[in-house]
Design a protein around this ligand. Structure first.
Ligand code: SF4
Length: 432
């Protein structure tokens, strides 16, 4: 195995059988700019690069990052930190920096607000006085911040290639094609209770175009924090739900609400009628898009069994983007915000095996040295797209703002923005 990056070494906290001593891809030691494509050309690799699942193929529409100036790539970490601090100080109240829980420490230390996608959606909405919102997350989050921001606010994503492989698994053309097939099957007339045949629900982890689709078609956005409340909202208005792009969040949430698995067919966009019979679709309560998160799909029932074999008292908590059998085998499941809360509230001495992104797990462990916290997956695999936000990119975009130049602005096209806001506002009105 090639050299392992310092950030990854730091993820190994204690020498125990469950401590990770390898990473899923040694190429994570490279700077993310080695993965960035030449502007205008497709990504250099068919996948999302280091750490990504080999089953995740980046579509041609995936945003591409232009090269950052070589000077930033060569600057040592301590100097980058100093320059980021100086740029933040120079921008003062004109700037707010948002950081996702899964972001690497070298970046998240500069965030004014740290949270999951729901908390950051609220934070971006609350940051109405700031001129610039620099989003240290991934592309769909920056789009959401732009949708919720004032018209004259500028949202910046330090590396435009920081996308989300799950979000890229559903695009507007294939969702529209699915919708047309469902409408042909179900019709468009409400039933006697006034419920339409199908309501579209998109996970926050989706493009602004899909949020706009939901806004235009009586649908709504959800996050892992409020998915159950959003599904209730949708079932009050529709006989069925079309849920995209994460099949696991949709399945786990609906299953917990009592929807049988037999009424949750999976829609494969590459197959006619999604690969389903007309009867299965007619009987469906939730039609699940065939998408997944590469990070959370790695967790397995065997890993849970191993964690329990090592410590029968271990509390296993997983994210609902994990497969249903993993969620069923765990003690608890919940959003990133939920996982943060159960760890915060745990009595000293509690042992946790946590099934979510490893930067988050390590940060939880650092904050509570009186607990034993390990990642359920013994092979460290961070979110490879989030990982593309490197301090060099943050320094570059902030110093550019100080100099009066905006680089890497994320701006949602006007033709989808209004409808996207409608779907987001419906979500924000549904309290988790
Ligand atoms: S952790 Fe998964 S869902 Fe979240 S940004 Fe990364 S790939 Fe997307």
């Amino acid at each position: 195995m090639a050299s392992v990056p310092v950030q990854i070494d730091l993820l190994t906290r204690t020498p125990s059988p469950r401590s990770a001593d390898s990473v899923c891809d040694p190429a994570l030691a490279d700077g993310p700019w080695t993965l960035d494509a030449t502007p205008g050309l497709p990504l250099p690799a068919p996948t999302y690069g280091a750490g990504a699942s080999r089953f995740d193929v980046a579509p041609p529409t995936t945003p591409v990052q232009q090269q950052i100036p070589a000077e930033y790539r060569r600057t040592p970490a301590p100097e980058l930190e100093e320059r980021i601090r100086a740029a933040k100080a120079a921008l003062g109240d004109r700037l707010v920096v948002l950081g996702h829980y899964y972001q690497r420490d070298e970046v998240v230390q500069f965030a004014d607000v740290v949270g999951d996608s729901f908390q950051l959606a609220q934070a971006s909405r609350a940051a109405q006085e700031a001129e610039f919102v620099v989003f240290c997350g991934v592309h769909f989050m920056a789009e959401t911040a732009d949708l919720l921001s004032r018209e004259d606010q500028v949202v910046v994503l330090p590396n435009l290639a920081a996308g989300c492989s799950m979000a890229d698994m559903a695009d507007i053309d294939s969702v529209t094609a699915c919708w047309e097939q469902l409408e042909a099957l179900y019709g468009t007339e409400p039933d006697a209770d006034g419920r339409v045949p199908v309501v579209p629900v998109t996970y926050m982890n989706s493009s602004a175009a899909l949020k706009g689709f939901c806004g235009d078609h009586g649908g709504i956005v959800c996050t892992s924090s409020n998915a159950a409340q959003v599904l209730e909202w949708a079932f009050q208005r529709g006989q069925r739900v079309l849920f995209f792009p994460d099949q696991h969040l949709g399945r786990n949430t609906a299953k917990a609400m009592g929807v049988p698995l037999s009424q949750m067919p999976v829609w494969d966009p590459r197959k006619a009628r999604g690969g389903n019979s007309a009867e299965a679709l007619t009987d469906a309560r939730v039609v699940l898009w065939r998408g997944w998160c590469s990070v959370h799909a790695r967790f397995t029932v065997d890993q849970i069994a191993q964690a329990r074999a090592e410590n029968p008292d271990v509390r296993v908590v997983v994210h609902p983007e994990c497969p249903a059998e993993v969620v069923d085998a765990a003690d608890e499941n919940g959003s990133t915000q939920y996982i943060q809360r159960v760890v915060d509230e745990a009595p000293a001495g509690t042992a946790f095996a946590i099934g979510t992104e490893v930067n988050m797990v390590r940060r939880l462990a650092d904050a509570r040295p009186d607990l034993t916290i390990t990642c359920l997956d013994p092979v460290i695999c961070p979110c490879s797209t989030m990982y593309r936000i490197h301090p060099a990119y943050l320094a570059w975009v902030l110093e550019s703002l100080v100099a009066g130049t905006v680089v890497n602005q994320v701006k949602v096209a006007d033709d989808v923005a209004a409808a996207g806001r409608v779907a987001l506002e419906r979500m924000l009105a549904v309290r988790p």
